[in-house]
Ligand binder design. Sequence first.
Ligand code: SF4
Length: 371
Amino acid sequence: MAGVYLHIPFCFTLCGYCDFYKSTKLDKMDQFQNVLLMEMESRSVDFRFPIDTFYVGGGTPSLIAADFYQKLFSLLHKNFNCSVNMECTIEVNPDDISEDYLHALKNAGFNRVSIGIQSFHEQDLRQMGRRHNAQQSMQAVALANSCGFSNIGIDLIYGLPWSTEQFFEKNLQIVKDLPIQHLSAYHLTIEKGTGFHRLKQSGKLTEIDDSRSLREYEMLCNEVEKMGMQHYEVSNFCLSGYESKHNSSYWNGVPYLGLGPGSHSFDGKKRRWNKSDLTLYNKGNLDLIFEEEVLSEVDFFNEQVMLGLRTSKGISLTEMEIRFPHYYLDFLKRIDKWIHRNNLVVTNGFITCSESSWFVVDSIIEDLFVV
Ligand code: SF4
């Protein structure tokens, strides 16, 4: 099992919270598309794993015309060993899509859409710098459904400093009635280099306190459970059978190939990343666009802990003992403290984070890291 990820680094406007690699220089899009096709063909030579997932993210993939994606799928099938039931996802913005566009994406080969909604409140959308309104978000979901997409995910952001718990609850009530199968809900974090970080530094934006964060997180878990969705990763929920296979493959440590500036790849031993530099990328010299490192045993150990504890599947103790014999006894000692505090649970040989503790999973993970 393996995946291919394409990073489309273009946005029409920039959102205040976003730290993904992106550019508003849309005049560079044509050359980018040429190089991306070239990179896909070239990298396929060394990436011989069967492909189960294909994911186009960004940036804003829905800024690119659908006929480009038709070319992309032709090249994908020509150069890679694609499985018959390959999960093929594209991220779209609500205000970019029309019935014709969605039909064209479906005909090209996509069978899953992820719609960047973030909130159904106009004030939230304006404050975050989103360019769509709430009405367009609801229409986008309805349109994707009526165009025959039966695997639809949306994103929400909570913990918004200017908003309230009541407004977040209203967002969840709206989600309840949407024909979606997957929900990603992220707490706002203010990352360096973003517009929100500059506002924070100038004292115009303050993150919410931990107690409100926890209340909103608990509200999220409770409401989503009532919708019949499973909580399968810290920030991800889905109806049974609709886990994002692509993201799950990252969490399970399977190989993936990243294409486009700012994308990451992993072949089971080495991690490679394309530099976040669109100008360099567009020059098309594929030998100069990436850097790579061979992962050490400690890197693999820490990654296993970090990825495993963020999922409902957890970490296999047997696998830890076999893969990391040098660190295993110390690991057992260190998880003991968290088990006694009911933050971690051992069931059938797997160690998982209790659902109420997912809110503080990052501090547990940090404590278990080998440094
Ligand atoms: S959140 Fe999406 S649309 Fe907004 S700047 Fe980031 S990548 Fe672009």
